[in-house]
Structure formats: structure tokens, C-alpha cells
Design a protein around this ligand. Structure first.
Ligand SMILES: [Zn+2]
Length: 303
């Protein structure tokens, strides 16, 4: 009798240990870029383990994941994408090799601005604003840097939370609470950024690689790229930029660790502006935008 009870007890202990291990095993997620990693980790908390395809120092436009990185994706339940260049080729491979990995484009439903590749005259965005592109093609590239915008991040967080709640129904409440807390913090930051940039409507700022297009749109600023067709400007092009920047009273030039900085340095020396390094691929995109706000705010008196 005692022996049977003991055996039963051990059995029970093993079953409980097994349940505990199952509950402690986090859901594996993969995201394409670090800014999504920050969001997903916050929403899923301890229930998720998030890895990113790219790290914060790589250039997404030239990136291609190694076959090993793609293979390791097979262990993920979900892949969050945002519509950046390299994803299309990778997603095709994943669909074939790992049909069980659910791919969620967190940018679905967001409206995209025309990219700068077709706006060398700086007016393409205005010329095409407010008209529908469905069904016809202007040959323009849409701006893929959707994550540098607080409203866009909130949209992405909502899409992520939906997918996570579906996969982790027992953690539904926790995920919803995390989303609510994130929403409150991001909305407060958005209001704060808007207030601080209020007096700067129409101000032009330069960015080596134009990844702040949606940020500029949100706060009524004008982003101008330093690179031309994805390359550093030639000496002649740089002279033209210096003239333009002086005329527009540009004071802030944003550079990014992924891209060359020499032309931006020359530009800032010639116009007496300040160069500020901001990583557009930071896992803390809200903080990256906060850096831009602080730099722009400092120029207010100089206008
Ligand atoms: Zn980019």
C-alpha cells in the first residue's frame, strides 16, 4: 500500500514537473529587424523568446540572412515582418522549407509614403499625395522605414498582440495589459514630441540615409536625404546640397552607423550645423525618435 502510494506520488511529481517545463518553455519568435524585437519582447514578456534576423549595425538594404539563420527559423512559431527589402526572398524560402512558421506582416494596413528614390527633386511626395495608386504604377519606390513613427509603431504593436494572443491564449490578459501599457507610454511620448516640435513646422533636417520620412510626416517636418541614389554625393552634388541646406537654414544632420558619414560631416562644417548619430535600427525606436526630437528642439532658437 505504502509502496503503491509512493509510486503514485512519484508519478504525480513527474507529471507536475513535465507541466512546469511545458509552461516555462517560451514561444519562439523571429522578427526581421531589431525595432520589432523591442516591441515583441515587451508584448510577450516572459512568454516569448524573440530573435532578430538583423542586428542593429547591419544595413537592411544590403542584408541577406545566411542559410544557417534561415534554417534556425524552423524553430520559430511566428515571423514578424515589416515589408523591408530582404524579407520577400527570405519569406519565400521559409514558406517552402517551414510551412508551419506563421508569417505576419505587422505593417499590413499602414499607408506608405512614396520613397525618396523617385523624389530627387524633393516634390514627388507632394505631387502624389492624396491620390490613389491602386491599379497603376508611377515606377516609384515606397518608403519602407515605417517603424520610425509612433502611430505606425502602435499599429504594429496591435498586430503583434493579436498574433501573440492567438498563439498564447492562456496569456491573453497579460498580453492585453502589456499592449495597454505600451500604448499609454507611446501615446504620451507622441504628444510630448509633437509639443516640443510645434514651433518647428516646415523645418528641414538632413539625414544621410532617408529613414525618417514618417517621423517627418508625423510632426510636419521636412526630411532631405544626403545620399543620392543610395550613394554618397559627388563633390558637385555636395556643393549643391550645401547651398540648399544654407538656404533652408538646416541645422541638424542625422547620420547612421550603417552608412558613410564623411559627406554629412563636410555638410555640417559648411553650414554650421550639428551632426547627430541615430541608429534607425535601434531595438528602441521610440528612444531613437526622442534623440531626433532633442536635436531638433535645440535648434529652435537658431531659426
Ligand atoms: Zn533604409
Amino acid at each position: 500500500m505504502v509502496r503503491r502510494c509512493l509510486a503514485g506520488l512519484f508519478g504525480l511529481v513527474f507529471v507536475l514537473a513535465g507541466l512546469r517545463a511545458a509552461a516555462a518553455e517560451p514561444l519562439r519568435l523571429t522578427v526581421s529587424i531589431p525595432p520589432l524585437q523591442g516591441l515583441a519582447a515587451r508584448l510577450g514578456g516572459e512568454g516569448v523568446a524573440v530573435s532578430s534576423f538583423m542586428n542593429e549595425t547591419q544595413d537592411p538594404h544590403a542584408f541577406s540572412p545566411s542559410p544557417r539563420a534561415v534554417a534556425s527559423l524552423g524553430r520559430s512559431a511566428l515571423l514578424f515582418t515589416v515589408g523591408i527589402d530582404f524579407e520577400a526572398a527570405v519569406c519565400e524560402k521559409i514558406r517552402q522549407a517551414f510551412p508551419g512558421v506563421e508569417i505576419v506582416d505587422v505593417s499590413a494596413g499602414l499607408s506608405r509614403s512614396p520613397g525618396v528614390a523617385c523624389s530627387e527633386d524633393g516634390h514627388a511626395g507632394e505631387a502624389h499625395a492624396g491620390h490613389d495608386h491602386a491599379g497603376h504604377d508611377h515606377g516609384e519606390v515606397s518608403d519602407p522605414h515605417l517603424w520610425l513613427s509612433v502611430p505606425n509603431l502602435l499599429h504594429m504593436a496591435g498586430r503583434m498582440a493579436e498574433a501573440l494572443e492567438r498563439r498564447l491564449p492562456e496569456q491573453r490578459q497579460a498580453i492585453a495589459a502589456n499592449l495597454a501599457a505600451l500604448r499609454q507610454e507611446f501615446e504620451a511620448a507622441h504628444a510630448d514630441y509633437g509639443r516640443r516640435l510645434e514651433g518647428l513646422r516646415g523645418a528641414v533636417f538632413y539625414v544621410y540615409h532617408p529613414s525618417f520620412g514618417y517621423f517627418a510626416r508625423d510632426y510636419g517636418l521636412v526630411q532631405q536625404a544626403v545620399e543620392i541614389d543610395g550613394k554618397s554625393p559627388s563633390p558637385r552634388q555636395l556643393s549643391a546640397l550645401i547651398a540648399q541646406a544654407s538656404a533652408a537654414k538646416v541645422r541638424v544632420i542625422v547620420v547612421q552607423p550603417q552608412f558613410p558619414q564623411r559627406s554629412a560631416q563636410i555638410l555640417s562644417e559648411r553650414i554650421g550645423g550639428q551632426v547627430i548619430a541615430i541608429n534607425p535600427l535601434s531595438a528602441d525606436p521610440l528612444g531613437a525618435m526622442g534623440q531626433a526630437v532633442a536635436a531638433l528642439e535645440r535648434t529652435r532658437g537658431a531659426r
